[in-house]
Each structure stands twice: as structure tokens, then as C-alpha cells.
Design a protein around this ligand. Sequence first.
Ligand code: ADP
Ligand code: MG
Length: 250
Amino acid sequence: MVTLDNLTVSYRQHPALHHISGQFAPGSFTAVIGPNGSGKSTLLKSIMGLLKPAGGQVTVTPPRARIAYLPQLSEIDRSFPMSVYDCVLLGCWSRVGAWGRVTPALQNQVAAAIHEVGLEGFEQRTVGSLSSGQFQRVLFARLLVQDAELILLDEPFTAMDSRTTAALLALVHQWHEQGRTVIAVLHDDAQVLAHFPQTLLLARELVAWGKTSEVLTPVHLQRARALAEAWDDHADICHTDEAPTPRQAA
Ligand code: ADP
Ligand code: MG
């Protein structure tokens, strides 16, 4: 479904992912974990085609319209005055197009998705007026109508209350049972162990990738931490990665 071939991704020459190789099989259900700044979001964006590799490549089987991507909540601007209904309807975008008609069948799908995430009665509320848990439910309803083969989730449960987390986790399990490929960035090891059969542990480079029980070992976690501490040591030395600006003549 997704093949990473010696993938390196850099921001202004500073690699956030180095030489990552491996495959996400069709129907696989994988957690991506690692310390802060270890390249987890960068990996999802690279799979989504939002970032261009500095080296190597990412090959993705499904067409773009069959890939769904949920960014980290902190990266989403929801000040735009859009209703819950319209936000979910956007999930049908690839089938409706700019001038297409929203058929009764699509309207039913949107209504069913809103019902499934427990937001009936919220259809006309603006997304900006929702709590973060309610907004995450809206985004999951949008993923439901998108009907994607490959689903990328970046920290979907961070800052969610336990009821929302349980409801959304149930949806993710359902996607897995339907044979969709799910890749989710998570930070709760207990949650990963309980729900995700496969895990990819990143620390800019690949630390381990395989069965969750074999990846989440003290040795691997210690190695990831040690690598992350080494970046902090460098932070003082290369605190800016911009090219030095030429001094102005006095
Ligand atoms: P994670 O999701 O694992 O916390 P990210 O993929 O967001 O990590 O970031 C990996 C590294 O790349 C971090 O050091 C981060 O500061 C850096 N980075 C991320 N996005 C940008 C950007 N747009 N410009 C410059 N550096 C970035
Ligand atoms: Mg991130």
C-alpha cells in the first residue's frame, strides 16, 4: 500500500527523516511513535505527498482521492465560519467536484456519518463553536464519508476526553475490519499495545518497525530517547537553520 525507499525529508537542509525504508502492507494497522520532533508528522505528510523527499522515495498505491489525512489538531485553522454539515460534506468533495450536485444519496451518507460520531443536532453549528472533542468527531465523520483505502491519522486522540477517545477508537477498529490500511501517530504506549498490531518507532531514523510487542521494548525505547537527547545537544550549536543573512554595510 505504501513503500518507503530510503526516504529522507529535510526542512531547509536539516533532515527530519533519514533513510527510512519499509512497507505498510494493504490492510495493515500501524501506530507511528517516537519522541517529540522525531519526524512522525513529517512521515505522514510525505506519504500524503505534501512534502517532497530530499532523497529516496515514497510510493503509494491508491490514487490521491482514496487517501484520507487527519492533520494534528494544532495545525488546523477552524476560524472559518463553516457549519458541521458542510465540513462533513467536504469529505465527498472528490465525488461531487466543484459544480456537481449533492445527491440525496450523498446527503444520506453525510447524515449517517454525523449520527455515527454522535453529533446529531449539531449540523448547523459552526465548527469554531465546538469543543476540541466535538470538532475531532466532525473530522472523523468527514473521514467516514471519504471512504478512503488508506487513512493517515496524526495524533487523533491527543487532548480528547476518554469518551471521545473510546468512540473514535471504535471507528478506527471498524476501518481496520473493513480492510482499510490505517497509519496513526500516537503517543500513548498503553493504547498502542492494546489496539495496534504493528508499530513503527521513529527517532528521525528508523529505530524499529514490526509487531508492536517486538517494537515496544525497553531497548528500542531507550535508543529512541538517546537519539532524541542528542538532537537537544545540537540545538544550541545550530539554533538557526537559515542561511546567514549578509551584513549590511554601515
Ligand atoms: P513529530 O511529529 O514527530 O513531533 P515533526 O515531523 O513535526 O515531528 O518534525 C520533525 C522535525 O522537523 C522537528 O525538529 C521539527 O522542528 C522540524 N520541522 C517540522 N516542520 C517544520 C517546518 N515546517 N520547517 C522547519 N522545520 C520543521
Ligand atoms: Mg507531530
